[in-house]
Design a protein around this ligand. Structure first.
Ligand code: ADP
Ligand code: MG
Length: 385
């Protein structure tokens, strides 16, 4: 999965996280605090190096001199831990000045102390055979091993502090949701419009095409009764009747994909069991969801399961699959697994990307794990409130 911020990267599994660039980026972000540190030193020098009478002038002057460069530097280095572009805000200058002031007064040395404690500890331990020749070799080697084991811990600490520090800088530079919520709202409108269109198509198919096909199939059935089967025309009518029945069955299936009456009437768990029951690949269902969930949550989860099962049939060559669902601390977690060939990738098609878009509207998340050779796991988390 692609992560946009250090905090997001922290939620990955340990190996991908430790192998990624994020711990290094966070270390670079925190280490870069030597720059505002030097600027703070400059201001201090401007105060201390002049006679007392001038300090009221040189102090503020030096501060004004370094404030804007530090503000720009803070904005620039935020990209190391947070890849989301900053929105333009009207009071940008004031916000940047606030962040620069905070950095000059306190944040720079907190960053550096943090780095010193988390990184220097393990590094000194690793180097103990070299830096502490007086210690018995066995003890030194053990200290070295302990140091190596502590390095991943240091990576997590550095990434957590770097990420939190970045989140704080972002919160100061851009008020929450200034631009993003508008994007989200317009996306929600789009999905609402899509939802209405979906209902209209379902209604038209149900009341129009399906009724006509039923009538056609009945007429052909009656014609078949009147025509002896051993004539050519009789055989053709028989064939046409079968075709019409087949078309009707396919149309019913299509309507069910567009809109599930089971979902509307009996809720998500029943609809998921219904979908799984129809799948040609045997599906094990374990769905424990209390009562009914909000409609957008149910519809979104239904699409996730529907697309995942369709993918399993189309692409996975799996022999078994499973669907699980439960509500954990107010979040619906749905997971679909299969024992197929793996190698699923959202960029290769449109289905998974569409799901991710839908999920983002209800502020949910979609994650996919599908190594070549399988197994494939698709997991959706949807907040229920
Ligand atoms: N369960 C799966 N097992 C193996 N490969 C999969 C699975 N699901 C999806 N894929 C692969 O990932 C691609 C992307 O899936 P998707 O976005 O749903 O596109 P599509 O429209 O082709 O179904 C598919 O084209 C397929 O190659
Ligand atoms: Mg698909």
């Amino acid at each position: 999965m692609f992560n946009r911020t250090a905090l997001e990267a922290l939620t990955r599994r340990p190996l991908p996280f430790l192998g990624s660039a994020w711990p290094w980026r966070c270390a670079a972000y925190l280490g870069a605090s030597v720059v505002p540190g030097a600027a703070a030193g400059l201001v201090a020098a401007a105060v201390l190096a002049v006679p007392e009478a001038f300090r009221v002038v040189t102090g503020p002057a030096a501060l004004m001199l370094v404030l804007w460069p530090v503000a720009r530097f803070e904005r620039w280095r935020l990209r190391l831990v947070d890849g989301v572009p900053l929105p333009e805000v009207p009071d940008r200058r004031r916000r940047e000045a606030g962040l620069a002031l905070m950095t000059l007064l306190a944040l720079w040395w907190i960053d550096l102390i943090m780095m010193l404690f988390t990184v220097a500890g393990p590094v000194v331990l690793v180097l103990s055979p070299v830096v502490q020749p007086a210690v018995a070799p066995g003890v030194a080697v053990m200290a070295s091993v302990a140091g190596v084991l502590l390095l991943p811990v240091a990576a997590y600490t550095v990434a957590a502090w770097g990420g939190a520090r970045g989140a704080m800088a972002r919160a100061i530079l851009a008020p929450q949701g200034s631009e993003l919520s508008e994007v989200l709202r317009s996306r929600a409108r789009l999905v609402d419009a899509f939802e209405m269109e979906r209902r209209r198509i379902e209604r038209d198919l149900h009341d129009g095409a399906q009724q006509r096909l039923v009538a056609l199939s009945m007429t052909l059935g009656m014609a078949k009764l009147d025509m002896p089967e051993d004539t050519d025309v009789g055989r053709l009518i028989g064939l046409a009747h079968d075709e019409a029945k087949q078309a009707l069955a396919e149309l019913r299936e299509l309507i069910r994909g567009v809109h599930s009456p089971v979902l509307t009437d009996r809720g998500l768990a029943a609809a998921v069991r219904d979908l799984s029951g129809r799948s040609p690949v045997p599906v094990d269902v374990c769905f424990e969801v209390p009562g009914r969930l909000p409609a957008p949550v149910e519809v979104t989860a239904y699409y996730v399961v529907s697309e995942a099962l369709a993918n399993i049939v189309k692409h996975s060559r799996a022999t078994t699959a499973s669907v699980t669902g439960r509500v954990e601390r107010g979040t619906l977690v749905v997971a679909i697994r299969d024992d197929g060939v793996g190698g699923a990738d959202a960029v290769k098609g449109t289905g998974l990307t569409g799901l991710a878009d839908r999920l983002s509207v209800v502020e949910g998340r979609l994650s996919l794990s599908s190594p070549i050779g399988g197994p494939t796991l698709l997991r959706a988390e949807i907040p229920c409130s």
